[in-house]
Ligand binder design. Structure first.
Ligand code: SAM
Length: 248
């Protein structure tokens, strides 16, 4: 082989390695199809909790307390956690004494769900699991009092449509019950977000998108080095008597 041939080979292998690293490690298969994402999570399910090293106190402060506070008037509310993985949010909420509600975890990966099921020893009766795709949730419109989706939108084929799907199933709050209608989700930030074109929003873009989806009480703030946490609330839109008359 000539020197140029060898250099070409080294360059080719390097470019291929970078591409594979980008697509499989950073994007976690997000551009290759939902089945690739699911396959990768099925493969890594047994290592997921060890890789993430969740810290109970940090999780309580950033997720558990804010959610519980918003649900104080309805402590028996149901939270639907989309892309629940190994049941991270269920563990957080099971530790919150003031929350006595149920959690329904939804995920596409059977192995992530199996670990979620196995680890939910202390709160099995309050935790149910559904294997389903976040892009087409098996829930009726406006049926879930609270919807959460952590660290997952960027892995969906179309995060914009995925976000709309979360809001579709969310039950709106009304004057009699302000503890419903909460959405809690995440948006990838930092340098890795730049390697996920079309899969993330800037903070302003996300704010606009949540407003377009008719959410109020929007609050987006930094959560971890690589994620923002985004809150919003779906509220029944009041139909004025003149609008009612116009609809008749
Ligand atoms: C980084 S994990 C986050 C898990 C959990 N929410 C957490 O914060 O630990 C991403 C999860 O999204 C799930 N997921 C990815 N694409 C999905 C889809 N289209 N429908 C349902 N779940 C999906 C994966 O199986 C995985 O469990």
């Amino acid at each position: 082989m000539t020197l140029f041939g060898l250099l070409g080979l080294i360059l080719g292998v390097t470019v291929l390695g970078v591409l594979i690293y980008w697509q499989l490690i950073i994007a976690e298969g997000a551009y290759l199809g939902t089945w690739v994402v699911t396959l990768l999570y099925d493969w890594s399910a047994s290592r997921y909790n060890a890789i993430k090293e969740f810290n109970d106190f940090d999780e309580d402060v950033s997720l558990g307390w804010p959610l519980t506070t918003r649900l104080l008037d309805q402590p028996e509310s149901t939270i639907v956690d989309i892309a629940t993985g190994t049941g991270r949010l269920a563990h957080v909420m099971a530790r919150q004494k003031a929350f006595q509600g149920k959690i329904i975890g939804v995920d596409r990966s059977a192995r992530m769900l199996a670990i979620a099921q196995k680890d939910a020893v202390d709160f099995k009766a309050r935790f149910s699991l559904v294997q389903a795709d976040a892009m087409a949730l098996p829930f009726a419109d406006s049926s879930a009092p609270v919807v959460t989706c952590l660290e997952a939108l960027e892995f969906l084929p179309n995060p914009d449509i995925g976000l709309a799907e979360l809001v579709r199933v969310l039950q709106p709050a009304d004057i009699s019950d302000r503890s419903r209608g909460w959405l809690l989700t995440t948006n990838r930030i930092g340098w890795e977000a730049r390697l996920l074109p079309g899969k993330t929003w800037t903070r302003e873009q996300l704010r606009v998108r949540l407003k377009q989806l008719q959410l109020t009480q929007i609050n987006i703030h930094i959560w971890q080095d690589i994620y923002d946490l985004a809150w919003g609330q779906k509220v029944v839109t009041e139909v004025t008597s003149s609008e009612e008359a116009a609809q008749k």
